[in-house]
Design a protein. Structure first.
Length: 349
């Protein structure tokens, strides 16, 4: 092979293939911890193999979901606290996927950065693996893209792709009718939506990420706002198997106002009693800092409710017990009505 005149290498252009290989070696133990029935081949190949029959499916329908973390990444990058942002990535995908009635089976990630920093990348992907473990799906592959000139120093981006399955005929929503009860599952913070506004409100407040959190003096503001999105998969699947679940709505971008109608028939609506739960302190602070109206926070944030189950009225009590036994905080929010649209009673603020 002839020698080039200037001897330039790919590393001279800013791409370190050796670092990429080292990252794969570092994350193999984390990926191995997520292994489950059905996994045939994972990291290292050109593609990942999964056996649906080995996973227990007889007549499966595949369900796929993809998402990112949004500008919450900016806080993680600015604070250097990247250990849980991978959990957010997984949650945004699998919490959507389970709303179709599917069990998440496998997950792939896309991690792009200007310069691969091994320690930081390892922490990020370990977080992704942790999210997969918590939701029962396998981290089966992914892509690490080192792209100098595309990202500023220290910046990175994440995307995730989840694939799940369900037996034919088990898809949700199904049989939603007037009188069905709405059960809300508690969130643990802002999750991963509305962060462009969150960051604007923090700017308005004059506080930095390292300032003491205004609603929790045991931690910094940055740490509080990086609380990872809750994973509802195992708990919700248990409720589905118990029977009586007609629909699920993951409360993400668009808040309560936009997400619940997505799972309702066009001729039905819902009534939600806003006084049935307490607005968590983080949302009270955000609303007060921005002088926000109630309608605005309801269509921007989850407001303390991360997932809504639409359930048969006669099964509501039993399903509440199932969910509480699985560790959920369950609130009876309201009911499905014959009048289209979401109507609110009471007040959060």
């Amino acid at each position: 092979m002839s020698q080039g005149k200037n001897g330039l290498t790919y590393a001279d252009a800013g791409v370190d293939i050796d670092a990429g290989n080292a990252l794969v070696d570092r994350i193999k133990p984390a990926a191995k911890r997520t292994a489950r029935s059905g996994v045939m081949a994972g990291l290292g190949g050109f593609g990942a193999l999964f056996d649906l029959k080995d996973a227990g499916y007889k007549d499966p329908i595949l369900v796929a979901a993809t998402d990112g973390v949004g500008t919450k990444l900016r806080i993680a990058i600015d604070t250097g606290n990247v250990d849980t942002i991978g959990i957010d990535l997984v949650a945004m995908c699998v919490n959507d996927l389970v709303c179709q009635g599917a069990e998440p089976l496998l997950f792939l990630d896309y991690f792009a950065t200007g310069k691969l920093e091994l320690d930081s990348a390892t922490r990020i992907i370990n977080g992704i693996a942790a999210g997969c473990e918590q939701s029962g799906c396998a981290l089966i592959g992914g892509e690490t893209a080192e792209m100098p000139g595309m990202y500023s120093e220290g910046d990175f981006d994440l995307a995730g792709f989840a694939v799940g399955a369900m037996e034919r005929g088990a898809d949700l929503p199904v049989d939603v009718k007037a009188g069905d009860v709405l059960l809300g599952l508690g969130s643990n913070g802002v999750h991963s939506n509305g962060y462009s506004l969150v960051r604007k409100l923090v700017e308005v407040s004059g506080l930095g990420w390292d300032a003491t959190c205004p609603w929790d003096d045991s931690q910094t503001l940055g740490a509080a706002l990086l609380a990872p999105t809750r994973l509802y998969v195992k708990q919700v699947l248990e409720a589905i198997r118990a029977g009586g679940v007609h629909a699920l709505a993951h409360i993400t971008g668009g808040g309560l106002t936009e997400n619940l109608p997505r799972v309702l028939p066009e001729d039905l609506g819902a009534t939600i009693d806003l006084s049935s739960w307490d607005l968590p302190p983080v949302f009270k602070w955000l609303a007060a800092t921005g002088g926000m109206e109630e309608a605005e926070i309801l269509k921007t944030f989850n407001c303390g409710i991360g997932m809504i189950l639409v359930v048969a009225e006669e099964e509501a009590e039993a399903l509440t017990k199932v969910l509480e036994a699985a560790g959920e905080t369950v609130t009876k929010l309201g009911a499905i009505t014959e009048a289209p649209g979401v109507a609110y009673e009471g007040s959060l603020l």
